[in-house]
Design a protein around this ligand. Structure first.
Ligand code: 6PG
Length: 239
């Protein structure tokens, strides 16, 4: 696994670094399958990607998936799809057929099954597994990533493409992709900003202390590359 670490002074500069990275990734590609992260961090990225500055991106070759989704309707403010639609999809010329939304409104067990099949049918298979060109990930303050939380870290090793997770505080059900897809991606990009994440970033990247209890520490794509896009607040304490 190759690892790249980019540290920028501000969230805006982190967003710009990621957008430039993505634009370079898309150059000369006929198609590009990306699993998006949710939460709030990607908003700045999606807002910037929607501006004329990145108007040269040909969205017809970009296929969007989600690494996780809250089990809520797509109109709910907690929906990762809604956040992405508000900040990106509704502002760029991407064919609706390129957008593979997780149906958070459906029965979780049925949707985990359905979405796992969508991924298998739509994402290029390499060595018997769907291989995303890029998986975007965030990092929770508890060390979770996608929607695999420390108290359910066993979900990481599920043989399924997708599993049902439960948020440890709210009890909210989530659909999440599992470690077998994340670690089979060509590239994985963490976008992490803010001082509240600094301890986990340091522990995970430097393999300090009990770092292996954090699901994000299991992101180690055997033949892939991991990028950490960090602001200086999140990178505090890194040697
Ligand atoms: C979600 C996520 C989750 C997120 C982290 C960081 O659905 O919430 O995908 O893994 O990336 O919790 O969230 P923030 O970007 O809001 O800090």
């Amino acid at each position: 696994m190759k690892r790249h670490i980019e540290i920028k002074d501000t969230k805006a500069l982190v967003a710009e670094a990621f957008c430039n990275f993505l634009r370079a990734e898309l150059k000369d590609r006929a198609s590009y399958h990306i699993a998006l992260s949710g939460g709030s961090t990607p908003k700045d990225v999606f807002d910037l990607l929607s501006t004329a500055r990145y108007g040269d991106i040909d969205w017809s070759k970009v296929y969007l998936y989600w690494g996780d989704e809250r089990c809520v309707p797509p109109t709910d403010n907690q929906s990762n799809y809604k956040m992405t639609n508000d900040h990106l999809i509704s502002r760029v010329d991407i064919p609706a057929t390129n957008v593979h939304r997780i149906h958070g409104e459906e029965i979780p067990a049925q949707e985990a099954e359905r979405y796992g099949k969508i991924i298998s049918e739509s994402v290029t298979e390499v060595d018997g597994l769907p291989q995303f060109d890029l998986v975007m990930l965030g990092l929770g303050e508890d060390g979770h990533t996608a929607s695999i939380f420390p108290n359910q870290i066993a979900l990481w090793d599920s043989p399924k493409n997708c599993e049902i997770a439960t948020h440890p505080d709210s009890g909210q059900k989530r659909i999440t992709i599992t470690g077998k897809l994340i670690n089979h991606a060509k590239k994985v990009a963490f976008l992490v900003t803010g001082a509240s994440k600094a301890d986990k970033v340091r522990e995970i990247i430097q393999e300090d202390g009990d770092y292996q209890v954090y699901p994000a520490s299991k992101v180690q794509p055997s033949d892939g590359e991991v990028y950490w896009f960090l602001d200086t607040d999140a990178a505090t304490g890194m040697k």
